[in-house]
Design a protein around this ligand. Structure first.
Ligand SMILES: NC(=O)c1ccc[n+]([C@@H]2O[C@H](COP(=O)([O-])OP(=O)(O)OC[C@H]3O[C@@H](n4cnc5c(N)ncnc54)[C@H](OP(=O)(O)O)[C@@H]3O)[C@@H](O)[C@H]2O)c1
Length: 267
């Protein structure tokens, strides 16, 4: 990868798993298009990567709020204007609401769906034609261990992440013959800003440490899975065992567990 480096578009690159993906891929010679709402964070990261890896690779920044339905196309218009072919898409931006469904304004719920379902799916749809033409592409969709978990009262999150898990596998089946691999990355509890944004840091801190992973471990195992063409990656042994156990639960037990054991349930 010398004269024509591949380019990765990473959403949610201003923090957590997205920023970790940026550092991981930059260290492996990829160019980056970094997207999130906080421009200052993205610019700091781009400057850090330029300092570390020299000026040969391009680390571009594009500010976008992915709850805006116009954002996916605006990102791709920018990439095209900059002459960047997107070879790798890391569909990572996300968050979880925690207020009761009926008490949450529709605009907030619609924003969550737009961010983690519609924008994520549209970005894949926008990058695939170029990947097909070049007969090479990698798409990583951030799902979650929550996709295997019992439905959690008041949260759209488990349903949204189940959608991501399911659709990623369907896309991988369709696109593998074209040289495009799709991986649903399903981390468990990961040390990022996620629970600060959700407002559940205190409750999250009370969970046993064995349940937690650093974002570097999540990204390293996730990227290895991508390189091996694995459609689903559940990083970490504890998460793998938890996912397998949760899959075995009969529906009634799963419902009961979701109703009683959810540590982030609204009181
Ligand atoms: N941490 C966990 O325990 C965990 C577990 C399983 C799955 N995940 C998934 O991993 C992904 C990354 O989360 P994280 O843990 O790294 O959380 P994080 O540290 O809070 O980072 C979330 C990223 O998403 C971006 N983002 C949020 N809303 C956005 C919007 N409207 N438009 C554009 N960007 C937006 C944020 O950037 P700005 O605020 O600058 O826009 C930030 O860069 C998410 O999809 C999450 O569901 C996390």
């Amino acid at each position: 990868m010398t004269s024509d480096p591949r380019t990765a578009l990473i959403t949610g690159a201003s923090a957590g798993i997205g920023a970790t993906f940026a550092r991981h891929l930059a260290a492996r010679g990829y160019q980056l298009l970094l997207v999130a709402r906080r421009t200052d964070r993205l610019q700091e990261l781009a400057a850090e990567l330029t300092r570390k890896h020299g000026g040969e690779r391009r680390y571009e920044v594009f500010t976008a709020d992915l709850t805006d339905p116009a954002a996916p196309k605006a990102i791709m218009d920018y990439a095209n204007a900059q002459g960047l072919d997107i070879d790798i898409l890391i569909n990572n931006a996300g968050l979880s609401g925690k207020t009761a469904f009926a008490d949450t304004p529709w605009e907030t719920l619609a924003g969550e769906i737009q961010l983690m379902v519609t924008a994520q799916t549209e970005l894949a749809h926008l990058v695939i034609p170029g990947m097909k033409k070049r007969r090479w592409g990698r798409i990583v969709n951030l799902s979650s261990l929550a996709a295997f978990a019992p439905p959690a009262a008041s949260l759209l999150y488990t349903g949204i992440k189940s959608y991501v898990l399911n659709v990623s596998q369907a896309l991988d089946m369709e696109l593998k013959p074209h040289g495009i691999h799709v991986t649903a990355l399903c981390p468990g509890f990961t040390y990022t800003e996620f629970h600060d944004v959700m407002g559940t840091r205190d409750r999250a801190n009370r969970l046993p440490r064995i349940l937690w992973q650093q974002p570097e471990a999540v990204v390293a195992e996730g990227w290895k899975a991508v390189q091996n063409g694995e459609p689903v990656c559940i990083p970490g042994l504890v998460n793998k065992v938890s996912a397998a156990a949760m899959k075995l639960m009969p529906i009634r037990l799963s419902y009961l567990a979701g109703r009683t054991l959810n540590p982030f349930k609204n009181s």
